[in-house]
Design a protein around this ligand. Structure first.
Ligand SMILES: Cc1ncc(C[n+]2csc(CCOP(=O)(O)OP(=O)(O)O)c2C)c(N)n1
Ligand SMILES: [Mg+2]
Length: 563
């Protein structure tokens, strides 16, 4: 079978395999451990190699690429130190069920287990962080194992696969046939499951849908919305998955994230049937496992997920359906709608509560920079296909609560809660869709973790806009401190650089916004510059969430402690 094939180095075989699987972009920080792969990329201009400044940034870019496109983001990093830096993005891909391929250089095979320079056993290191870890010890097995890596990363519950590449294997020359492209394996819902689903929904009085997880194509998202609308079902979404159902539709009733609306939480608890589609119903989404009983949910639970292992995990569903999202959504949309559903008023009330929440909470006195007004302006200004990325932190409550997401517009945020995600994700999104508006939301804390990737954007000629919420603190942790240890502030105050000057140093556009009326011109100027931009929002640190102040939290905590 290999008689007529040319001899290729292991590195060339890796790149040939990437091409066979349709890879068009990869993210890297270079290392001498995988020089053969880099050299083979010299001859593969159809793979755009993005040279990043930190493996954490590169890994977040690869994760965001996977989240946005549904295809594995490809990351290339060097052995020990590179792999350690990259681990935050691998963990995020794991928790967020995002397909990803991580190619890691490794010490030569004859040095293994000597604790050679930068040697790490990646099977052990990545065991709890990756869906699968392998090492390719024979160059002739590159096509087989890279193909398996793509299959595993994309099938069932998607996730990151780590492939270690010993450097001497990459130099070996072998004849081997590459295979591709990969075909993700996804289950279809059975006819009996769909009948039972319809019967259970028809028997409900107060049903609610929960959409979430990964694997949603634009058409699957449209199908699930059609099903919800046709059946008058209220649909909420899991943490940082707001872009699945068009937020402007009457069926959308809000998100179950860290800042979930109290009315939605109450409604979810009052529901007699939950139809969870794609969501794992994780800790944040389930409000620390309080929305449903464990393991008996205490109500009818229909759980649809791509992976068999997620069904019956934590919660015991009445009906479990293993299915890919496009397959389930298409089947659900084709079901005969339930005639004159009893829960129409229930859905309308949930929608009315969501719409009421879109009006900003009034803070007295009104601040010079009124974030509620800024968000309402952005909600109207952002085009339908805008991509919004988010870091982790309390500032993220603003875009979560006040922006309205819709396909092909997207929300890319770390459900893993990893700080440092917002900037690299915005850079990756702008690389994939240079023609679309990309806005990244960051706190001053998270920005400083990976903000240097703005120079990567500059070098690649793309201009994401970063909205940097500067409250001079790790605000989220300060909030927890005020609740648990009121008035005792430690380890959370931050001294910050001049962010606008930093933007300029990165070849970008910088602006400082201290008053509401300064925001719109700054945003338009950032857009017009077509360069990476930082708009620093100098926010009042008192406004700790979209709903409350630090002083109010401290008073509540002190009152609770005193009583
Ligand atoms: C990598 C990482 N380190 C630490 C944390 C813990 N953490 C969660 S939110 C937060 C503070 C975020 O600060 P900032 O980015 O300024 O946003 P703010 O909460 O002030 O709006 C911290 C330290 C985390 N989630 N991720
Ligand atoms: Mg902050």
């Amino acid at each position: 079978m290999t008689a007529n094939l040319p001899l290729m180095s292991g590195g060339q075989l890796v790149v040939a395999a990437l091409r066979a699987h349709g890879v068009g972009m990869a993210f890297s920080v270079a290392g001498e451990s995988y020089l053969e792969v880099l050299d083979a990329l010299f001859d593969a201009p159809e793979i755009r190699l993005i040279t990043c400044r930190h493996e954490g940034g590169a890994a977040f870019m690869a994760e965001a690429y996977g989240k946005l496109t549904g295809e594995p983001g490809v990351l290339l990093v060097t052995r020990g130190p590179g792999a350690c830096n990259a681990s935050i993005g691998v963990h995020t891909a794991f928790q967020d069920s995002t397909p990803m391929i991580v190619l890691v250089g490794q010490v030569a095979r004859h040095q293994i287990d000597r604790e050679a320079f930068q040697e790490v056993d990646f099977r052990k290191m990545y065991a709890p962080l990756a869906k699968w870890v392998t090492q390719i010890d024979l160059a002739e097995r590159v096509p087989e194992l890279i193909n398996q890596a793509f299959q595993v990363a994309t099938s069932g519950r998607p996730g990151p696969v780590v492939v270690a590449l010993p450097e001497d294997m990459l130099r070996d020359r072998r004849a081997a046939a590459v295979a591709g492209p990969y075909h993700p394996v996804r289950a279809h819902p059975g006819a009996a499951d769909l009948d039972e689903l319809r019967r259970l929904v028809a028997a409900a009085d107060r049903p609610i849908m929960l959409v979430g997880g990964s694997g949603w194509s634009d058409s699957a998202a449209a199908d699930i919305a059609r099903f919800a609308e046709a059946n008058q079902l209220p649909a909420c979404c899991s943490f940082r998955r707001q872009d699945i159902v068009d937020n402007r539709l009457g069926c959308f009733v809000g998100d179950l994230g860290t800042g979930a609306a109290p009315a939605l939480v109450a409604r979810f608890k009052a529901a007699d049937l939950v139809l969870a589609v794609g969501a794992r119903i994780g800790e944040i989404t389930s409000q620390s496992y309080t929305l449903l009983g464990v393991p008996d949910p205490g109500k009818t639970l229909v759980h649809v997920h791509a992976a068999a292992e997620e069904l019956g995990r934590v919660f015991r569903p009445t009906l479990a359906i293993q299915s890919g999202m496009p397959e389930f959504a298409a089947a659900a949309a084709a079901l005969e709608p339930i005639a004159a559903p009893r829960w129409r008023a229930w859905r309308e009330a949930a929608r009315a509560e969501y719409e009421a929440g879109l009006a900003p909470t009034a803070f007295a006195p009104v601040r010079a920079l009124d974030l509620g007004q800024v968000m309402v302006w952005l909600r109207e200004r952002l085009p339908d296909d805008a991509i919004v990325t988010s870091d982790a932190g309390n500032f993220s409550g603003w875009p979560n609560r006040f922006l309205q997401y819709r396909r092909p517009g997207r929300q890319l945020g770390p459900t893993s809660g990893a700080m440092g995600y917002g900037v690299p994700a915005a850079v990756a999104a702008k690389l994939v869709h240079p023609e679309r508006v990309v806005v990244g939301f960051c706190g001053d804390g998270g920005f400083m973790m990976t903000g240097q990737e703005l120079i990567t954007a500059s070098g690649e000629g793309v201009g994401p806009i970063i909205l940097l919420f500067n409250n001079a603190m790790y605000g989220t942790i300060r909030m927890h401190q005020e609740r648990r240890f009121p008035g005792r502030v430690v380890g959370t105050a931050l001294k910050n650089p001049d962010f606008a000057a930093l933007a300029a140093a990165y070849g970008g556009f910088g602006a400082v916004v201290a008053r509401t009326e300064e925001f719109a011109p700054a945003f338009e100027a950032a857009l017009a510059s077509r360069r990476p931009a930082i708009i620093e929002l100098q926010i009042d640190p008192e406004i700790i969430t979209t709903r409350t102040t630090l002083t109010a939290l401290r008073r509540q905590a002190e009152a609770a402690g005193a009583s």
